[in-house]
Write a protein that binds this ligand. Structure first.
Ligand code: PHE
Length: 358
């Protein structure tokens, strides 16, 4: 009798689970079989009233039926969830041709773009980026860089002076070179940094704005020499302008914080008033550089008998104007949206060396 009940129960449960078309219906059928008041549970309770021999044989039949039914329920559950997924994949469509971005996209300012390009190149050369504040101590901006108190750059018409902090005169930094000082005071050699940022001088015409951008390079270790400086500057400028044979000329010059010092020119042509970069016999100044002056190393607690290195500095606007054909420096900071639309860059075009810089 009980065996018949069991067989019938199994048959009916199999029918019910095969008829279930969704997970909820299947769960219901499962409860009707295995739940507290489920048919299988109730049938198992009758075991207690059976005599010993029957109980053993029916008990094992019951266990077998239970195990195979559970398997069948699990298999069916899997089939149903796969079917549900297939259904979703079929019905949920996405139009990938639809733009997810608003039509009015902003642009990256040419200064930011140029800076990102500079950082990409120097990162590949193992430089890290160092930063310093716009408002500097007179000591970091001048004195530590070996600018004697009488140096013309200190005069009021070049430098924006700020209220002193205690005894220390403060300035809007006139170049990024104070970041050399901050870096050398803050870490031991070897040092290999570039320091980009805003700089300030009292000047305003076609080629000067009171706020502009520079970046500084500084390498200090036990063996770096002028040849490394030339190679480094050359690699950078050629990569930046994408001109493999761009010629460089190092002209002897003077900066108080480097010895020897040089100004760097790149090859160009000015035929018919059009400036074109390349090996054309004419020259254009692009930056200053030199071997770090021993007194500057000393001012930062670095032993000049043991360590040496080079520094260089360049204007970022100048680089951007040359590369992207922007004629007037002042337009960089006028905030004219039409200018930004024209000279700006897509926010998705992040400069990297893998595909070239533009
Ligand atoms: N700080 C210098 C300038 O603003 C440039 C420079 C930097 C020169 C580093 C030599 C070394 O003109």
């Amino acid at each position: 009798m009980a065996q018949d009940d069991l067989r019938q129960l199994v048959d009916e449960a199999l029918v019910a689970l095969n008829q279930a078309q969704d997970p909820a219906a299947l769960e219901e059928a499962r409860t009707r079989t295995f739940g507290k008041k489920g048919r299988l549970t109730l049938l198992a309770k009758t075991l207690g009233q059976m005599d010993a021999a029957l109980r053993v044989s029916f008990g094992s039949a019951l266990n077998e039926a239970k195990a195979s039914l559970m398997d069948a329920f699990d298999t069916r559950a899997q089939i149903l969830s796969q079917a549900a997924l297939a259904q979703r994949l079929q019905t949920e469509t996405q139009d990938i041709t639809l733009s997810v971005r608003p039509q009015q996209e902003g642009t990256i300012h040419p200064i930011t773009q140029t800076l990102d390009e500079i950082i990409a190149i120097f990162s590949a050369m193992d430089f890290t980026v160092a930063r310093g504040p716009d408002i500097e101590t007179d000591w970091n901006n001048f004195t530590a860089l070996n600018l004697p108190p009488t140096h013309p750059a200190r005069q009021m018409h070049d430098t924006f002076y700020m209220p002193a902090q205690g005894e220390m005169p403060m300035v809007l930094r006139t170049h990024t070179s104070p970041v050399q000082i901050r870096t050398m005071l803050g870490q031991n050699p070897p040092i290999r940094i570039i320091a980009p940022g805003r700089t300030f001088r009292c000047d305003y015409d076609m080629t000067h704005t009171p706020m502009f951008h520079q970046f500084e390079g500084l390498v200090i270790d036990e063996s770096t020499h002028m040849g490394h400086l030339k190679g480094c500057f050359e690699d950078f400028l050629r990569a930046f302008f994408g001109i493999e044979d761009l010629p460089l000329r190092f002209r002897p010059s003077h900066f108080p914080f480097t010895e020897p010092s040089a100004e760097v020119d790149i090859g160009c042509s000015r035929k018919d008033g059009a400036l074109v970069l390349g090996n054309y016999g004419d020259w254009l100044e692009i930056g200053g550089c030199g071997m770090v002056h021993p007194r500057v190393l000393e001012n930062c607690g670095i032993d000049p008998e043991k360590y040496q290195g080079f520094a260089f500095g360049t204007g970022i606007e100048r680089l951007a104007m040359l590369k992207y054909g922007i004629p007037d420096l002042r337009t960089f900071f006028e905030g004219d949206v039409r200018w930004l639309k024209h000279y700006g860059f897509s926010s998705l075009d992040i400069p990297n060396l893998a595909m070239g810089l533009v």
